[in-house]
Each structure stands twice: as C-alpha cells, then as structure tokens.
Design a protein around this ligand. Sequence first.
Ligand code: ASP
Length: 443
Amino acid sequence: MIDTKTIVAKFGGSSLASASQFEKVRAIVQSDPARRFVVASAPGKRFPEDEKVTDLLQQCYDAAICGRPFEPALARVRDRFGEIVSALGLDFPLEREIGALREHLSGIPRQSYILSRGEYLNSRILADYLGYTFVDPEWCVCFDDAGRLDAPVTRRTIHAALRPLPNAVVAGFYGADMTGQIHTFSRGGSDVTGSLVAAAIGADLYENWTDVSGLLAADPHIVKAPKTVKYVSYRELRTLSYMGASVLHTDAVLPVADMSIPINIRNTDRPGDAGTTIVRKLPKGETKYPIIGVAGRVGMSVIQVEKVMVSDESGFTAVMLDILKKRRIPFEQCLTGIDTVTVVMRSDVLAPCKQDLFAEIRQTLNPDYLGLTENLSMIAVIGERGTESCDANVRVLQALARVGMPINTINQGAGKLNLLIGVPEERYEEAIRAIYATIEEGE
Ligand code: ASP
C-alpha cells in the first residue's frame, strides 16, 4: 500500500545545517519510497550561537548596499556550504556559484535574489546527494508584479514540472515573477513551498521535518516537559499559532488544508517519534479528554461600556465597534452582555490612542460606566471536540478555582470548545499550569 502513496517531505534549516544532518535526511528519505518530493531550506543553526545561512546572506546584502565589504560574510557562506560538500564527497561547483553571487553583490544587489541563494545552493547539493532531480522554483513558484504569490498559476506550473519526474528536490522559500525577478516568502517560508508542492501534486501527506517532535500541549518555559499533541485540527492549529506557538509558517496551512492533505510535523533527530499530525477532522476516539492544549498571551486590556437598558437599544454594540473601525483599532474579542459591551484588545495597540478613544466613547455612547482593566493575560483552552464531553469546561474552571484564580473575562462561541479566559497577567503562568494539569489528568 505504501508505494502507491506520495509524500512531500520538507526539511527545515536545522535538518540540513551540516553534513551529518544531510546523512540523517538521506536515511529518512530512503526509508520510504513514497518520499518522492523533497523541499529544502537553507542551512540553519548547528548550535545555539551559530548563524543561519539566510542571516549571513542578509549580512552580505546589507554590506553591499551600503558600500561596505561583503567578503567576510560571503566567506562564511562559502565555508558553510564548503564543509557540507567536502564531508559528503560531492563534486559540486561551489566556487563558480559563490563567484556568481559575488558578481551580483558587486553590481546592484537585489535582496530577494541574495536571500534565495541559501535555498538554491542547499537544494542543489541535496539533489546531488540523493540522486534526485533539482527543480528550481524560479520556474514554477509564480509571483505577480506586486510580489504576491499567484496561487492558481503556481499550482498548475508545479504540477507540470513535477508530474514527469519520479522524484525531485525543490528549493524552498522563493519563486519569481513573470519578468524573472526573484521573490521570497517571509522568513520561514520554505514551509509554504512544501505546502504548495504537496497541494499541486495532490500528495497523500505533507511531512514537515524540523528539530522538535511536534506541537507541545503547553509552553515548555511554563510547564515542565509538556506532552506532544498527537493530532490537531487545522482550526486548532490556527488558535495555537495566533497565541504564539510557532512550529509552522502560518501561510503553510491553507494550500494543503484546501485539499485536506494532513501535515505531519516530525523530528529529523528522532525519526522514530510519530510527531504531530495536523488534519481537517480529528480521528474519532483518539482522546478521552477533548482539550489538546493551552496557550495564551500577556499584555491585554479590557474596555467595559455599560448603559442601562442598552440591550433594548439596537445598534449600541455596532456604534462601539464602528468607533474602533474608524480609528483602525483592531480588537481581539467583543463580548456582549445585558446592558454591557466588553472589548478585549492588546495594550500596546490601545496605549497611543487611549485618551482620544475614551473621549469619543463618552461623547458618542454616553455610557453610565466606562471602565478599563489593564495588565491582563488571555488564555486559550483549545480542543475542537469539546462538545463531545460535557465536563471539559467544568474541569478547566474547577482547576482555576482550586488555585483561587480571579477570572476577568470568559468567552466561548457556540458549539466548539475554544474557551478564552482573561486572568491577571501576574498569575498567567500559574493559570496555564493549572489548566495543563487537567490535560494530563484527562488522558
Ligand atoms: N531560509 C529561510 C529562513 O531562514 C526560509 C526557511 O528556512 O524556511 O527564514
């Protein structure tokens, strides 16, 4: 059954940072013939203080554009690739490629072109090492004149480029517009390339190989050794990323989600770990407790507007939101109760306009009470299958009650469990730990 499948395997910078990492990647790719299409990042960090090749290329560009010497940074780029090529015993024209880069830097350098060379070179080296065809996204990842991805054209072009090939390595992170100018995605964008490739060829699975064994159920800086989430839905992932969990580029979800292709986050250093699988619909019966994770952010404020009989007045909330809209102030949540409207927003967004905003709310809505609570944190309790259990919310609130946690706001939309709870910032970590404990108990 396995050989009828097609897997797109994207390897991130840390997975391709050195010759020994290349060896692990080859073992992974060769262990399953379904891994026909590989997407590669530029070499990342080999150890915490190390520099990513993309950052070195940025230094080359910054120096060249200001007329400063770029040779020291370029030499480090050369050395990074030189080490990989020689340790793997490859016959790769590195000096010629570095010479071309030097020539470009000596002219009128273009940032996107320079930054893209990390992926270009690393993918060519990987293709040589695996014996796969190298596919340059310059010809199949298409941007418009404004530098935005042209998704429909890209899909057709990648499909046409890869269909005749038994296997290939596609460079991540960049593409080109109709005039041949190179454009890149934002940083970490090789994830997006991997997703586009998986969608274009209708892969059965998009594997994203990195240096962690998947998504954790809580921030490891707050909770000691939190467990890995086995399955997460695209929607749950969106909440987790919104709250700051970063394991995948946000734009990498949509292309595969549209086609219901699962994404499997895997660890190159621990290929035996199953990792986290991101799916449209969670498999039935996988978890007894529907809460899969807890995340949050500090630095939140809450504005409360109260007016007696406001519930009978149509348009009160709309006017409040209109004031924010006209001032282009984004908000995170809007909760309405009997005679009250509560708006949750980021404190750094509110700070510069606080006085003016409050003056306008007073003038326009003439409230009986206008209050502001600052220094709050917002906690997201994530688990789409909340409706399958009648006590998930109860357990979360009980856990908070046990530690005497004051709750400032509580918000849950209809149906699914994605509970948002506002608690004082200074007790944020304690609240996360209390909720996480229910996940461990719940299993
Ligand atoms: N090399 C690029 C970066 O460091 C893109 C990527 O790795 O996905 O951001």
